[in-house]
Design a protein around this ligand. Structure first.
Ligand code: BMA
Length: 376
């Protein structure tokens, strides 16, 4: 082949590749900061953000202490990703289901963003059909809130309250803060009203598409990257995407996973994590999306080297953008049980977490700032 032809061929291949790789979020009107965040998260290339739910609001044995965070108190650096939760807002409650006031949450979100961190939001919405909790799995709940159905108006009223909060998330100059929004999470599970007991795949997709369309088109929210999120109820790619709302809706494909029970079985957990993460990673690549672990943890971290011996070796084998540790709720008065997923100063796995912090692949707050997720 003549050199000239070879150059032309390479050029054609490159441009057609550029066309399939959009490098833009699904929302055509995304804010410049959301576009930049999307591109950055997609190009981490083996590094990943470490996140923590409710990181700034409370931790084990403390609540609302200025600038505190269990992770920061331990490693001297904030997480790179901050998770927040809207459950309760749909009914106009001033606090979420875990007692975090929405006004305080808005401020924490601004603080995290100002520090260069990334924000993700979930929504344990009460069941609109009967106002019971997110865990009420009354059959046909999803069908009953779709357009034209009995509880649709109520669902829209609830969604409006979410939209009002999301549109209030702005930085000091009035620019919208980009949010990784993760509605209807763990959809492949059977414990939430939007899960497999509350509806079928087609209804679920309609609900998801309606919700995102409403936030974008009616409420003019263009700071959202949309996260599709399953549990671990999948063994292949079709099962992982069984409830996928579409390439024009989702920007991130993710799953949630928890280790439970006997630490002796931790290597089995690692094996499963490897396989689920592999599937999510391949689907992210095939659909040109960001892959992520939207929630992970081992309550109480009963294995002192869980971070570096169990999960980190698996993470090293994959490319995905972030992982979020669930909340350090501390002592639950009702059940008399402790709940936390990130270690804190003095915990037996504190030194292991410091090693995890130092691992070259993990990104925490300081590095997130240096990577500049929002501006070129
Ligand atoms: C669960 C637990 C609950 C909490 C819920 C929503 O996994 O942490 O205590 O209410 O998440 O944040």
């Amino acid at each position: 082949m003549k050199h000239k032809h070879l150059v032309l061929l390479v050029f054609l291949l490159k441009t057609s590749f550029a066309f399939t790789q959009t490098d833009r979020p699904t929302d055509k009107e995304s804010t410049p900061e959301a576009v930049h965040l999307y591109k950055k998260l997609k190009s981490l290339n083996g590094k990943y953000l470490v996140g923590h739910q409710d990181a700034l609001a409370y931790g084990v044995n403390w609540k609302y202490v200025d600038s505190a965070s269990d992770i920061k108190n331990l490693v001297g650096d904030y997480p790179a990703l901050y998770g927040w939760e809207l459950g309760g807002i749909e009914q106009g409650a001033p606090k979420n289901l875990d007692g975090v006031p929405f006004d305080a949450m808005r401020q924490f979100i601004k603080d995290g963003y100002r520090r260069g961190g990334v924000i993700t939001i979930s929504w344990h919405a009460r069941n609109p059909v009967n106002d019971s909790t997110a865990w009420d799995t009354t059959r046909h709940s999803v069908a009953n809130i779709l357009p034209g159905q009995r509880y649709h108006k109520k669902f829209v009223r609830n969604l409006n309250r979410v939209a009002v909060f999301l549109s209030s998330l702005k930085d000091d100059t009035g620019k919208p803060i980009p949010i990784l929004f993760r509605p209807f999470h763990e959809c492949t599970g059977n414990w939430f009203w939007w899960g497999v007991t509350g509806g079928n795949p087609s209804e679920f997709k309609q609900l998801f598409r309606f919700t995102v369309g409403y936030l974008r088109e009616k409420m003019k929210l263009h700071n959202l990257l949309i996260v599709y999120n399953t549990g671990t109820e999948y063994d292949n790619e079709d099962e992982f995407l069984r409830l996928y709302p579409g390439d024009d809706i989702a920007d991130v494909v993710s799953f949630d996973t928890y280790e439970r029970g006997d630490p002796e079985l931790s290597y089995d957990f690692a094996e499963k994590l490897d396989s689920k993460l592999g599937i999510a990673e391949r689907m992210a690549a095939r659909h040109d999306k960001i892959g992520a672990i939207a929630e992970i943890g081992y309550n109480g971290i009963p294995l002192s080297r869980w971070f570096t011996k169990i999960i980190e070796p698996v993470f090293k084998k994959h490319k995905f953008a972030y992982m979020l540790l669930w909340r350090n709720a501390g002592y639950h008065l009702k059940s008399g049980k402790m709940e936390y997923y990130a270690p804190f100063a003095g915990h037996p796995s504190a030194s292991d977490f410091l090693d995890f912090y130092k691992a070259p692949e993990t990104i925490f707050g300081q590095e997130a700032k240096e990577l500049s997720f929002y501006t070129p």
